[in-house]
Design a protein around this ligand. Structure first.
Ligand SMILES: *Cc1c(COP(=O)(O)O)cnc(C)c1O
Length: 238
């Protein structure tokens, strides 16, 4: 199958899951996760109408952003674990940041973001030029995983809201691995509960959750951004 055909199939999955949940398909945005895949595949997806792409690694993000600079409305989402010393490079290329999970990281981001002239900010920032920020929550409480704890969330949300260069966009999670896709559902529901506890959709409009294996469960729970790689671009080499 071509990238365009695979994209079409993923949109059909999203539409079916949305319909089953009584949601409008347009309430779910697909972020095509292109990590480890060549810029040529991103071009194929772009030609098929895809505009949102997720990248995990800074160097790869930079190389692809340069390669694809002729496509100004292509939006990169930073979805990998962020290190403080990489923030400056990431915000030159990505306007939507999914994985903020500590006060130190948010402060670094706020400082760095304020130094980028609005005219030089990448596609994907809000209409007023602010970077869109999602906080990653470790809903499974896994020791090795990034993401803040539910208890930390309140302080982190307030910190994002203090910055003129950032706009609070929502919450993101990667659930613990389970063999059956349905195993992810309780973790997605937990993220929804946290959103409701911290101001609901008015304050946190986006929920970034669901990948190739479990996007149906995520859409059923209320995902607004699903991050799908394998189903669009094929298996990744490890
Ligand atoms: C790689 C990755 C994805 C995509 O996973 P697939 O199973 O290939 O769809 C989604 N989210 C994050 C954070 C990732 O690192």
């Amino acid at each position: 199958m071509t990238v365009a055909e695979r994209l079409h199939a993923v949109h059909a999955r999203i539409a079916a899951a949305a319909a089953a949940a009584g949601r409008a398909p347009s309430s779910v945005r697909l972020v095509a996760v292109s990590k480890t895949k060549p810029a040529s595949m991103i071009r194929e997806a772009y030609a098929a109408g895809q505009r949102d792409f997720g990248e995990n690694y800074v160097q790869e993000l930079e190389a692809k952003a340069l390669d694809l600079a002729d496509l100004p409305d292509l939006r990169f989402h930073a979805i990998g674990h962020l290190q403080r010393n990489k923030v400056k490079a990431v915000i030159r290329r990505a306007g939507i940041l999914h994985t903020l999970d500590s006060l130190r990281l948010i402060r670094e981001l706020a400082t760095r973001a304020a130094l980028v002239p609005t005219s030089q900010r990448p596609a994907g920032v809000a209409p007023d030029g602010r970077y869109r920020v999602l906080l990653e929550v470790n809903v499974g409480g896994e020791a090795q995983k990034s993401g803040c704890t539910p208890d930390e969330l309140g302080a982190l949300l307030a910190e994002v809201e203090q910055s003129d260069a950032l706009v609070l966009s929502g919450l993101m999670t990667v659930p613990p691995h389970t063999d059956a896709p349905a195993g992810a559902r309780p973790y997605f529901d937990r993220l929804v509960q946290l959103r409701d506890r911290h101001g609901g959709a008015a304050r946190l409009p986006e929920l970034s959750m669901g990948m190739t294996q479990d996007l149906e469960q995520a859409v059923a729970s209320g995902a607004t951004l699903v991050r799908v790689g394998t189903a669009i671009f094929g298996e990744r080499e490890r």
